[in-house]
Ligand binder design. Structure first.
Ligand SMILES: Nc1ncnc2c1ncn2[C@@H]1O[C@H](COP(=O)(O)OP(=O)(O)OP(=O)(O)O)[C@@H](O)[C@H]1O
Ligand SMILES: [Mg+2]
Length: 495
């Protein structure tokens, strides 16, 4: 806005300057014409009489004007009659003599105005004898010389300069005034807005609810008021939220305490249960073992007596007693693990002897389902450290499963190792497991299919116990399987 108005003011100043200069030039020229024509009239008599003294006073009068620098009177034949000048500057004189008053020469410094000196002559028509017509005498003008006055433009130029200067000073002051006025009003308008913005920024950064001073224009005051009320509302909300949070925290604390208590009592209960089971193991095992012992004795006696029908029944009793013993043993193992009563008893273990003893146990079991059992030792180790009893139990369990769930297939044990681990890979070509089943086979008491327990026997504890035993040795068991194709269980134990 300031730039626009300034440009307009400067443009107007230029225009005014131009018009005023033009006007003063016209006024001065008119003046010059009047002076020249006046001198022309006063030169008639001196020219007619030929007396230069007569012209002197008129010329002096003309020279009295400030801008007149030179005065010349010329005869009709363009010869110099008289010349007087205020200064000795050379001026041009070569021009066509005018019929009326005209500017004959114009340079940057001066004008030369020339006017013809005329007299009027009356001619009476002496040859006209017509008495009826009264003829008027005809008037003719005769040029008897010329006057020439040189006007300096210096005064005009000075005056014009002064005018220009004044106009530009006035417009400059005006523009400056306008600028200052605008600046002050804008500052007045925007300062409160700036303060408001800073307060908002501060609140945003610090998260505090700072209030602002209500000042400035009406709209800004309204804005500040709205902002302040918004801040108040926010603060109230925040107070409420803080209160809620504190209450919630207290509640969570109370609930956490309750949960901890519940967990502690559950843990205690679980430990008591495990301790109980571990303690009654002896009480459970003793009767079963005596049933098995007496069963064997009776079987021998029945065999001697030849009562084969009773022998069959007695075998069933013995088999079931054996199953019961295995089950009790498994349950007790699990309870012991849970009660933390199992220690790992690492000894130097001969791999070859382990392979032989596994072979002795598994070969007859594999044969019962017409399976072929092979063991391949790719390991470079002769001896390694492990808990022999537990490792053997785990491997037998896995090989047992492989034999149980495979009919007329291949069961293989592959032993290998790397720098830090020894691997036992038990592979079968049996019924296999789906991906979903693989997720939970290691859970205790879980059998893939409830009908399995009837069809294949078992408690669903073997894998759970195996996994815990191997964990105790810092190892792990993994399973890979495809349904109806077979399974691979891998036991890995750190060396
Ligand atoms: N090699 C395998 N092929 C197919 N299914 C298997 C195999 N090994 C385990 N399973 C499945 O996983 C279940 C759990 O096995 P786990 O050894 O824990 O129990 P179990 O053999 O049924 O009983 P237990 O071992 O206690 O006598 C089995 O019932 C069986 O369904
Ligand atoms: Mg099993």
């Amino acid at each position: 806005m300031v730039v626009g108005i300034s440009a307009m003011v400067i443009l107007i100043s230029f225009f005014i300057n131009f018009v005023v200069n033009q006007q003063s030039k016209t006024v001065m020229l008119n003046n010059a014409f009047q002076i020249t024509e006046g001198l022309a009239k006063q030169s008639i008599f001196p020219l007619l009489s030929g007396s230069k003294e007569n012209a002197d006073s008129a010329i002096d009068q003309v020279l009295g004007f400030q801008s007149v620098t030179k005065v010349k009177i010329l005869t009709e034949k363009n010869e110099l009659f008289i010349e007087k000048n205020n200064d000795n500057t050379e001026t041009l004189t070569d021009y066509n003599k005018p019929k009326t008053t005209t500017v004959v020469i114009e340079t940057l410094q001066y004008w030369v105005v020339s006017s013809p000196v005329k007299i009027k002559q009356e001619f009476e028509d002496s040859f006209n004898f017509d008495t009826t017509n009264t003829t008027l005498p005809s008037i003719e003008e005769e040029v008897i010389g010329y006057v020439e006055i040189h006007f300096s433009k210096l005064d005009l130029i000075n005056a014009q300069k002064r005018i220009t200067f004044i106009i530009f000073i006035v417009s400059g002051v005006f523009v400056l005034f306008l600028g200052v006025l605008l600046y002050l009003s804008l500052v007045k308008l925007f300062k409160p807005l700036d303060t408001l913005e800073q307060a908002m920024e501060k609140s945003e950064k610090s998260g505090e609810h700072t209030l602002v001073k209500v000042e400035g224009a009406k709209e800004i005051r309204n804005m500040a008021k709205s902002y302040n009320s918004m801040m108040n509302v926010l603060e109230k909300h925040e107070d409420k939220i803080t209160l809620h949070r504190d209450q919630l925290e207290k509640e969570v604390e109370a609930r956490t305490k309750e949960l901890i208590n519940a967990r502690d009592s559950a843990l205690t209960a679980s430990r008591h249960k495990s301790e109980f089971i571990a303690n009654i193991s002896h009480e459970l095992r003793t009767p079963i073992q005596s049933i098995i012992g007496y069963g064997e004795l009776i079987s021998e006696e029945l065999e001697l007596e030849g009562s084969f029908e009773l022998l069959d029944d007695m075998d069933k009793v013995s088999n079931n007693a054996h199953r019961l013993l295995t089950m009790i043993n498994s349950l007790l193992d699990l309870a012991k693990i849970e009660a933390g009563k199992f220690d790992v008893n690492n000894t130097e273990l001969n791999l070859a002897s382990l392979i032989i003893s596994l072979n002795d146990v598994i070969s007859p079991i594999a044969a019962s389902n017409a399976n072929q059992y092979t063991c391949t030792n790719q390991s470079s180790l002769g001896y390694f450290y492990a808990d022999r009893e537990k490792l053997e139990q785990v491997l037998i369990n896995l090989l047992n499963n492989a034999c149980k769930f495979t009919k007329q297939g291949q069961i293989s044990l592959l032993i290998s190792n790397d720098e830090n681990t020894i691997f036992f890979e038990i592979k079968d070509t049996g019924i296999g497991l789906t991906l979903e089943q693989q997720q939970y086979v290691f859970d205790e008491f879980r059998q893939v299919d409830a009908s399995n327990s009837r069809k294949y026997g078992g408690t669903g504890l073997g894998l759970a116990i195996s996994q815990r035993f191997i964990s105790l040795m810092n190892g792990y068991i993994t399973v890979q399987s495809e349904i109806n194709k077979g399974s691979v269980f891998t036991v890995a134990i750190p060396l």
